[in-house]
Design a protein around this ligand. Structure first.
Ligand code: ARG
Length: 279
């Protein structure tokens, strides 16, 4: 590896993302409400088309998509990013807050084992919803949300994954119940974030560590614009990114690719929730 490529590889998690896991929406419905967004009837055909478009956008950006089958009776399994947090071929497994989703846990465990990923966290009590609440902005920095869905104390155990800073993020609005509904790392100095969703101390920490962060409007936050996934120079986000945000991203060398996520938003999820990063 040349020094140049070595440098860019260490810059941000977005730059080194090579593989992700997704679950096609074979049995995706909204049958219960465990977050404030859940309701309405899913158009199954539309959901499949939207999922295909997202997968296509990820592949076009240069990332390999692995898939896992959805089990009937587990409608939220499409949101596979909640299965755990992956780092260096190890995964810290989730323990879901709601009984409606705990049936997913053994299926993910089996998938990780089959795919040669070392599992940590099995049998621990602390609630943790994986990539929904925990995301790396680079290999040395983990953004660690807690409140509605993950416990603060789980992050002590997550240290077992490797050596990195853990930035605890205090989330204060029930509508933004997972970190990935209000925060998305973009590059080594930038995130998309929705300031009202965080305590003052967390807002300060976001701007201290990621000084070029872009604050989205209330309308954008409600369109789940922060539920975006950055792959190299492309920010893949649900529809609703404002001109201001697009210009700010463009100044950072990023272009936006919007994907209609209407069916998944009936369950309180969008682009990032449908994707587990396998770093
Ligand atoms: N209906 C799912 C739930 O409430 C949505 C999960 C969205 N995932 C996420 N990473 N934000 O658990």
């Amino acid at each position: 590896m040349t020094e140049q490529s070595n440098m860019s590889a260490s810059k941000s998690a977005a730059h080194i993302l090579k593989r992700v896991l997704m679950v096609p929406p074979k049995h995706f419905t909204v049958e219960y409400a465990i977050n404030p967004w859940m309701g309405g009837v899913v158009d199954k055909q539309k959901a499949q088309q939207q999922w295909d478009s997202l997968k296509g956008a990820i592949e076009k950006a240069g990332v390999q998509v692995l898939t896992m089958d959805q089990t009937q009776g587990l409608p939220d399994q499409v949101f596979v990013c909640n299965s755990g947090l992956v780092y260096d071929n190890k995964v810290y497994l989730s323990r879901f807050r709601h009984k409606e989703r705990t049936g997913e846990q053994p299926l993910y465990l089996e998938w990780f084992k089959k795919n040669g990923i070392t599992t940590i966290g099995e049998g621990y009590e602390e609630i943790f919803e994986g990539g929904g609440d925990a995301v790396f902005s680079d290999r040395k920095t983990l953004w660690a949300g807690y409140g509605e869905r993950s416990s603060k104390s789980v992050y002590e155990r997550i240290k077992a994954l490797g050596s990195f800073d853990i930035v605890l993020c205090d989330m204060v609005l029930p509508n933004f119940y997972h970190l990935d509904t209000c925060f998305a790392p973009v590059d080594e100095t930038t995130s998309l974030y929705y300031p009202p969703a965080f305590s003052d101390a967390t807002n300060k920490e976001i701007l201290r560590r990621l000084p070029n962060s872009i604050a989205v409007s209330e309308a954008e936050a409600n369109a789940f614009v922060c539920n975006a996934i950055t792959i190299r120079d492309t920010v893949i986000s649900p529809i609703g990114v404002s001109q201001n945000t697009k210009s700010a991203l463009s100044a950072r060398g990023k272009q936006v690719e919007e994907v209609d996520m209407s069916e998944f938003m009936k369950s309180g999820g969008a682009c990032q929730c449908l994707v587990l990063r396998l770093l």
